[in-house]
Design a protein around this ligand. Structure first.
Ligand code: ARG
Length: 462
């Protein structure tokens, strides 16, 4: 037998540059543990179908476990000439067991092996991702709980809008991450389906027990369509979409951290250990880690698009193009894991500049909506109340006054319905108290929200 599994049909050996161009072992060798696990399960299924004897099965399992040990020790050498992780392991198996190694390929195709390995890999990575998200969420909830008394200006259009509890603002990212957790859980239902038994695409010609083969590998069931099993990369694309959504949130959080630490905002500070300096400007302390999360978001977004474009116009079933699904997938997985870890450290490291926040709360007429709402309680329709308040704000601006500094006479010149009680409405506490509503920024509501979130976390962990 020649060097290649297919050499029977060929009359000359493979061009070396062709080999270099087509290999994937330089990036798919990380699938080796899954390839071994899947091969052991497949061998057991072959034994059950009486294609392998008990002795042959034992020899294969022993050799596969030895190969696994070698890989773990770093003494296994993946060779480019053997193309991919599947052939490298098959070759090593042959060196250890001889002919029986080739029996393992009975009715089996790399087309199904590669998707099986990928699905097993993503089952592990999904678990790791959930753990990382839980740490990130916990950091946010803790930071929120420890700063429950801090009010900050809430923004729309990056302009001062209404006062909001810092805990409420920050926990937005925990809320988003909770849905990412649930998305992962939902995606897992479709991920945990086993391709083995699909063979090249038509289904294997040997009587394998696909049900128990799936269970053996921790899948919930076999995939029910052999062409779909080898052709589809939906499971990767779906995961990459979730990864992209996660990165979008981390990027927005990073953007806010970058703004907040700038002297123009100066809402927060970060520990030195999470920042870097400038090689020329000695005074600088830069939020590079947040900037890099924002930057790496473009990488993951690109990875998603790579996969989408890869699949577009691809005829069924397996095409070698599909080999290109791995680098973007692996890159996205690694980038997102690192970014969540970094974002968690950033959240943990945030300290609030309370004096500064107190000072900026006085700027930007954050309580203007309160005046409009106040007028509504006096019977004025909201649109009209809004208009009157707009005129009051303009009047105050022109005189460089805050709304609460206007006299009652001045207020009355805009509407005779305004009374002394308007000043109660012009306090931050009153504005927050009015928002004791499910999901609102009232202190009790936010406390309840955080408490419920803790319960959600406990339930999730158990
Ligand atoms: N290295 C290939 C990939 O990643 C494995 C499948 C190869 N199958 C084939 N028929 N050439 O997609």
């Amino acid at each position: 037998m020649g060097n290649k599994a297919w050499s029977g049909r060929f009359t000359e050996s493979t061009d070396t540059f062709f080999e270099e161009f087509t290999e994937s072992v330089s990036f798919d060798s990380i699938l080796a543990p899954y390839e071994i696990k899947a091969s052991i399960a497949y061998a057991k299924a072959l034994k059950k179908a009486q294609i392998l004897s008990e002795d042959e099965l034992e020899a294969l399992i022993k050799a596969l476990e030895e190969i696994e040990d070698q890989i773990n020790e770093g003494s296994f050498h993946f060779k480019r000439e053997y193309e991919d992780v599947h052939m490298n392991i098959e070759k090593a198996l042959f060196e250890k067991t001889g002919e029986v190694a080739y029996k393992l390929h009975t009715g089996r195709s790399r087309n199904e092996q590669v998707v099986t390995d990928l699905r097993l890999y993503l089952m592990d990575e999904g678990d790791k991702l959930k753990d990382l998200l839980l740490c990130f969420i916990t950091a946010i909830i803790e930071k929120a709980e420890n700063n429950l008394d801090v009010i900050m200006p809430g923004f729309t259009h990056l302009q001062h809008a209404q006062p909001v509890l810092f805990a409420h603002w920050l926990s937005t990212y925990a809320e988003a991450a909770r849905f990412h957790l649930e998305r992962i859980q939902d995606w897992e239902k479709r991920l945990r389906l086993c391709p083995l038994g699909s063979s090249a695409f038509a289904g294997t010609g040997f009587p394998l027990d696909r049900e128990s083969l799936a269970k053996e590998l921790g899948f919930s069931a076999p995939l029910s369509h052999s062409v779909y099993a080898v052709s589809s990369r939906d499971f990767s694309i779906e995961f990459l979409f979730i990864l992209t959504l996660i990165m979008l949130d981390l990027s927005r959080l990073s953007e806010e951290i970058i703004l907040w630490i700038s002297p123009e905002f100066a809402f927060i500070d970060l520990p030195d250990r999470l920042c870097s300096g400038s090689s020329i400007m000695p005074q600088k302390k830069n939020p590079d880690s947040a900037e890099l999360i924002r930057g790496k978001t473009s990488v993951v977004l690109g990875n998603l698009f790579q996969l989408l474009v890869l699949l577009k116009n691809l005829p069924l079933s397996y095409n070698r193009d599909l080999q290109e699904d791995k680098p973007p997938l692996f890159q996205a997985v690694n980038t997102v894991k690192a970014s969540i870890k970094m974002a968690t450290l950033l959240v943990e490291g945030i300290t609030l500049n309370r004096d500064r926040l107190e000072a900026v709360l006085k700027e930007g007429h954050l309580l203007a909506t309160e005046v409009a709402d106040y007028l509504v309680t006096k019977g004025i329709p909201f649109r009209e109340a809004h208009h009157i308040t707009g005129r009051i704000v303009r009047y105050a601006e022109e005189r460089k006054k805050k709304l609460e500094d206007l006299t009652l006479e001045e207020f009355k010149s805009f509407s005779s319905l305004i009374g002394e009680d308007v000043y109660t409405w012009l306090t931050l506490d009153h504005a927050l108290q009015r928002r004791e509503i499910i999901g609102g920024t009232g202190k009790m509501s936010v406390k309840t929200y955080l408490r419920n979130f803790r319960e959600f976390l406990e339930k999730w962990k158990s």
